[in-house]
Design a protein around this ligand. Structure first.
Ligand code: PLP
Length: 220
């Protein structure tokens, strides 16, 4: 049983394989290990294997887990992938290195104020409601140009676009659409692809994949 492959080894190999097929370099793709709901005990084995980029979807849960883990293990980049309330903008800017859920004008203002106050500017992804689903977070496609203009004016750095495509249907057309939108707006980065579809997302241009259950097992 020596050197048994871990879930992290497996996901890394699958990322590298998808990148090669797409004639891309694996190093162009950032694996964000989504550790929401999982305790420090489950996270530490991944840190021990060299994983240094993690994602959480709730500010409070991240505040409870990550300061101690960072204290123990040093530099770790934390990404926020869940909906952000404006009244948590200060906490989010203090804790996270990147925010993937910028989705409305009021949050642009809240983040701009938080970044000004803390003298810290962190890159953001604008989340797009790519399947135009009523219940889904993200800005409507039609509202994207105004949101990007407002972010530029407020000096909130936008690195790219993020999406969670509709469940239970083929995601590729939605990934391709997000890629087109990002190109149209001159945005270089794409946060798309989860445990079930990250290889497809990489073949369609993902620069950041957000992988949870394939690394940690199913969430309770
Ligand atoms: C939970 C979550 C993920 C990871 O999902 P898995 O299917 O477990 O890989 C990715 N992105 C967002 C926004 C999430 O909330």
């Amino acid at each position: 049983m020596e050197n048994a492959a871990t879930p992290l080894d497996d996901v890394r190999a699958r990322i590298a394989h998808a990148a090669r097929i797409a004639n891309r370099k694996p190093a162009e793709i950032t694996l964000i290990a989504i550790s929401k709901t999982h305790p420090a005990d489950a996270i530490e084995p991944l840190i021990a294997q060299g994983q240094r980029v993690f994602g959480e979807n709730r500010v409070q849960e991240a505040e409870a887990k990550w300061p101690a883990l960072r204290e123990r293990h040093g530099e770790i980049a934390l990404h926020l992938v869940g909906q952000l309330q404006s009244n948590k903008a200060d906490d989010a800017v203090a804790l996270f290195d990147c925010i993937h859920s910028l989705d409305r004008l009021s949050l642009v203002s809240a983040l701009a104020r938080a970044m000004d106050r803390q003298g810290r500017r962190i890159p953001c992804f604008v989340q797009v409601n790519i399947g135009a689903e009523d219940q889904k977070g993200g800005c409507a496609m039609a509202d994207l140009p105004a949101l990007l203009r407002e972010a530029a004016a407020a000096q909130v750095p936008v690195a790219g676009l993020m999406c969670v495509p509709p469940a239970d249907i083929e995601p590729a057309p939605f990934f391709a659409l997000l890629d087109k939108l990002a190109r149209d707006h001159g945005l270089p980065q794409l946060s798309m692809g989860m445990s079930g579809d990250f290889e497809t997302a990489i073949m369609l241009g993902a620069t950041h994949v957000r992988v949870g259950s394939a690394l940690f097992g199913a969430r309770a």
